[in-house]
Design a protein around this ligand. Structure first.
Ligand code: SF4
Length: 669
């Protein structure tokens, strides 16, 4: 197995082509970081550090569709609630606003309307082209084109030629789904076959129309089906060279007839991007499609082989109705911000991937700004010797309780002890509860006010059921509490320190973070600290309240930056401390404002879970089963081949789904 990875690396270094067995091996490997680093190297070889985005506008003309693909939440039958069909005038008005805001592309795909004649589609293109002659019209999947040809009883070539004459610029990549008949027959048996899809794109390429291609993954397909799918695309690209970009589309779980109720794993999203970059060696461009991945994973995808972030989009209904929660629009500033903060250079492109204002983009980045410079260190970090955790631990309520002193008013030493005692006493037949006390400054102040010396106070806390003392967000610098840490350890009470990565208007305050890191390696051993948590400021929760996507971006630590900080912290701490990235409190995600899971089906930060382990964290803090589905979280952890270790689960505890939490840790999946 090790040899095969080495062989693959040699092939990549020598510029040799990977075969299907190699691609399958990569999909099956748990070594995401190594594969991602390889994909990143290949991407940089082809595209330097440039990441494309475009200013575009999606318009889905209708969701009325004659077909009923099992995975589709978008389509409606005529007269069904939610069915719509835009008049061409309405589409023109939608486009007019976008073009006034700088859109260079209109992306138009929709359902197979049972009553629309071909002329309607032709008029749509001709009218748009007449109104906006400088704007590229990318429209109609192979599935829609087949529908038009069959209804019109004309050849595909004639249909395509008429559309091209009317102003069609290129084809989008939809409708490919998964080519392998074993899956295609199951999820969309009435749609065009794989061969028809390929033939349509071959024909378009021969007529001078370039196109995109996609792969819908994360449903019932297996890795070998993905490899088969990519093989067919690579073969056509060898033949015609007509594909602009490969776009992996992550399955969206809402309202499908497939009984799949969960988003794809973040680990799998990034692996798929990376394998595509390595296997599809004749593609210049691989897209991290933020609409379906969410902005967090899409931004990370830029370090795993993707060089395209898609565009402003503005109104995309297909994935939105299927559970995509990334909002429908990003501004140019949002896109550039996320790309810069991934340490890359944003370059606007047109539909055919020609840079727009390349010199200006490069000049802007060359001038540099704080966030870009700081983000570059993220890239350097890829070479750090980060050791991957083999298991991911978390505790669950009510078996563990965190008493957050920052949130408690009018507290005295006496009633703190009472609070701890009542929390730790057996709440039911579930056994004793673990109490973690968070807030070192408050604890120290209360003891001082009550004239209790530190050592006696710590002993009293332990007797009251406290099992750990932790720094809270208001404890500004963990080494200012040295005495408290030492006293706790003398009383056999382990402690948790806390570092804070602070967001600024243009990125993160890395100087401040480095100062905190400097103290970790010096302070860890003498203080006897066994864990360090990594928080962010402003607090993660603040981002969701603004309701303004751009505010959210400028005020919050992004996923890429947070993971970078985790690995720096692990590097500083070595193997001497657990690193806690509290899923519910600290792991930053844009999701509350714009991302996946804001519908409550999945915690917004959940896609990042396996990656946290890869970057050096081994503990997800405290999880409330009312907010996070425990079994799903365990699936997330296992998706990366890690064991899930549920702390302090008492004998009788079971999840709703019947998962016995006493089994710990789990074997590698
Ligand atoms: S995926 Fe496309 S063809 Fe299939 S039902 Fe949905 S809109 Fe219709």
């Amino acid at each position: 197995m090790i040899n095969q990875m080495r062989e693959i690396e040699n092939k990549i270094e020598n510029g040799s082509r990977l075969n299907e067995a190699d691609a399958l091996y990569l999909f099956e490997s748990p070594d995401l970081m190594r594969i991602g680093a390889l994909a990143d190297r290949v991407n940089r070889r082809k595209n330097q550090d440039r990441i494309f985005y475009n200013i575009n506008r999606h318009i889905n003309p209708t969701n009325i569709c004659a077909l009923s693909c099992k995975f589709c939440a978008f389509s409606r039958k005529p007269g069904e609630e939610g069915a719509y069909a835009y008049e061409i005038d309405e589409m023109v008005e939608k486009a007019r606003t976008a073009v006034a805001q700088g859109a260079t592309e209109l992306h138009m795909v929709g359902g197979l309307h049972p009553r629309w004649p071909f002329k309607r589609y032709l008029d749509m293109i001709a009218t748009m082209h007449a109104e906006f002659p400088g704007v590229h019209l990318k429209a109609f999947t192979a599935v829609e084109l087949d529908w038009m040809a069959r209804r019109e009883r004309r050849s595909l070539a004639e249909i395509l030629q008429d559309l091209k004459n009317a102003g069609l610029g290129s084809l989008p990549g939809g409708g490919a789904e998964i080519f392998h008949p074993e899956i295609r027959d199951e999820i969309c048996d009435t749609k065009v076959s794989a061969d028809q899809w390929i033939d349509t794109h071959r024909l378009a390429h021969s007529m001078g129309l370039r196109s995109n291609c996609t792969m819908l993954y994360g449903h019932i397909e297996r890795f070998e089906h993905r490899v088969d799918h990519m093989r067919r695309l690579r073969e056509l690209q060898d033949e015609t060279g007509g594909f602009n970009v490969f776009i992996p589309l992550s399955f969206q779980p809402n309202q499908n007839d497939m009984g799949i109720g969960r988003y794809t794993f973040g680990f799998d999203d990034l692996k798929t991007i990376a394998v595509a970059r390595l296997y599809l060696d004749n593609f210049a461009n691989i897209k991290a499609y933020w609409v379906m991945l969410g902005q967090d994973i899409a931004q990370l995808g830029l370090s795993f082989g993707a060089n395209d972030f898609d565009g402003t989009v503005t109104e995309e209904k297909i994935s939105l109705m299927a559970g995509g929660r990334s909002g429908m629009a990003m501004s140019r500033a949002d896109l550039e911000n996320l790309i810069l903060r991934a340490g890359r250079t944003p370059v606007e492109r047109d539909t055919l991937y020609k840079p727009i204002n390349l010199e200006k983009s490069l000049a802007q980045v060359a001038q540099g700004n704080q966030s870009h410079q700081a983000s570059r260190s993220h890239q350097a970090n890829r070479n750090l010797p980060v050791s991957r955790a083999r298991k991911m631990t978390f505790a669950i309520t009510p078996h563990t309780v965190v008493v957050k002193l920052d949130e408690m008013k009018n507290l005295s030493w006496a009633n703190l002890l009472t609070t701890c005692q009542s929390n730790s006493s057996t709440p039911s037949s579930n056994g004793p509860c673990e109490v973690i006390l968070a807030g070192m400054s408050v604890v120290a102040n209360l003891m001082e006010q009550a004239a209790v010396d530190l050592h006696a106070g710590m002993t009293a806390l332990r007797a009251a059921g406290v099992r750990r003392l932790a720094e809270s967000p208001s404890d500004a610098r963990w080494n200012t509490h040295d005495k408290v840490h030492r006293a706790a350890h003398q009383a056999d009470l382990p402690t948790t320190g806390r570092l804070t990565l602070r967001a600024t208007a243009n990125g993160c305050d890395w100087n401040d973070f480095r100062k905190q890191l400097d103290r970790v390696s010096d302070g860890l051993r003498p203080l006897g600290m066994t864990a360090i948590s990594l928080g962010t400021s402003p607090d993660v929760g603040d981002s969701g309240d603004s309701g303004d996507a751009h505010d959210a971006l400028s005020m919050v630590v992004t996923a890429t930056e947070y993971l970078h900080a985790v690995s720096q912290l692990r590097f500083a701490a070595g193997e001497r401390a657990t690193i806690i990235t509290s899923l519910m409190d600290d792991v930053p995600t844009l999701a509350p404002a714009m991302g996946l899971g804001s519908d409550g089906s999945q915690h917004p930060a959940q896609k990042l879970v396996p990656l946290l382990a890869d970057f050096g964290s081994d503990d997800l803090g405290l999880v409330d089963p009312a907010l996070i589905k425990v079994q799903r979280l365990i699936e997330d952890i296992r998706s990366a081949g890690l064991a899930a270790d549920v702390k302090f689960a008492p004998e009788s505890s079971q999840t709703d789904a019947g998962l016995d939490l006493r089994h710990k840790p789990r074997d590698r999946a």
